[in-house]
Design a protein. Sequence first.
Lengths: 182, 273
Amino acid sequence: MRRVSKDQKTRIALTLNGRKLAAEAEPRMLLSDFLRHGLGLTGTHVGCEHGVCGCCTVLIDGVAQRSCLTLAVQAEGREVRTVESLAGADGKLNALQQAFRNNHALQCGFCTPGILMSFTDFLARNPHPSEAEIREVLSGHLCRCTGYAGIVAAIKEASSPKQVGIMYLTSTQSDRREPFSA
Amino acid sequence: MKPRPFDYVRPDTVEEAIALLAEYGDDARILAGGQSLVPMLNLRLIETRVLIDISRVAELDVIGDRGNLIEVGAAVTQNKLMAWPQLKQKLPLVAAALPFVGHFQTRNKGTVCGSVAHADPSSELPLVLAVLGGEVVLRSQQRGTRVLAAEAFQQDMLTTARAADELITAVRFPVIEGKGVAFNEVARRHGDFAIVAIAAVADARGAAQLGVGGLSGRPVVRAIDGDAAAAVAAWAEELEGYEDLHASAALRRDLVKNLAPDVIAEAIEKCAA
């Protein structure tokens, strides 16, 4: 049984984008803040902080979740992936990111990290989604500048048959996600 | 927007969890998926002295097929139940309602029991549990296991019969055979809380159990036979409804009057098919 008292800063170790890391946090520290302030990865954006806007979405053991509705201590021992893991070490965009660029699926880019992480999970479960399925998943995100048409087009491009092999390469071995069923 | 400080405890077993509840009672909150609780903590609508995180209790992360009922443990997420291979066959009404519950991203973490525990009056899963005549399984150190009918469990808006030292360990959905089911709701946007939600179970003759969420403090169920439109209209007036930011009581009644007969008709049609 793990116990942390309210004012106690405890060491939280997790795997972040394939690297084992640790930092200190109080129990009330949200994972979103822990990633940004504790571990210094600011790609995960913080919008509404109550689970509505979706821009803080990250993968925990392969499953897309709101990092603002997860305590840092809950991610202890887990494998967390953020938007920083998507591009190659040389900065080359992955297929999903490139499709966003190709289709003008972002303007200010604030909501983009969360959307990319949601669809990294979703497309691994359901590699050829219908437009209705894409829109259903996208309904868990708010974009306030480009609108959603470009985003839908980008995800359709990324999930076209020739791209699927590339998408699979980004999924991890420790995934706990369920197969998708509509 | 950060929660007020709280002690965090993560038990590994149900025994440990109920021992903690016996110790802290009202001073503790149970954290399962956190998709309703953590927003309320972040917004400081609530505060708690102790947060008991049951999300890693393996014995609660189980979907049990008991033949005439399906028992869903307190750590089972909504998407896990949605992906359960027998769901459409065994619990078609749950299968019809789950896509309306939040979003893909929140269903990944939000639990079935958590939704029942939170007891929002327009929430889909408590409504489905009530219409099917399901049960809630509670455990405490002092009284052992207690099983309550859904109707007895949810008392009013965000209010349940759970005692302060009790843990909801599971909910039980009865398997209904030889009947048709249907579900629909009206919400401002897909994934939002419903303004009204309707669920129906009907036989081939046309007799239906109709459940309505969003017209009173908890889901309500009534047997409807014969002229559905007239029966629904009379019931909606009787229930009155309530007003909030999203809809007046009159709009809620109108939505139920328009939506419910169609949902009943769909359930009857599915029974025939």
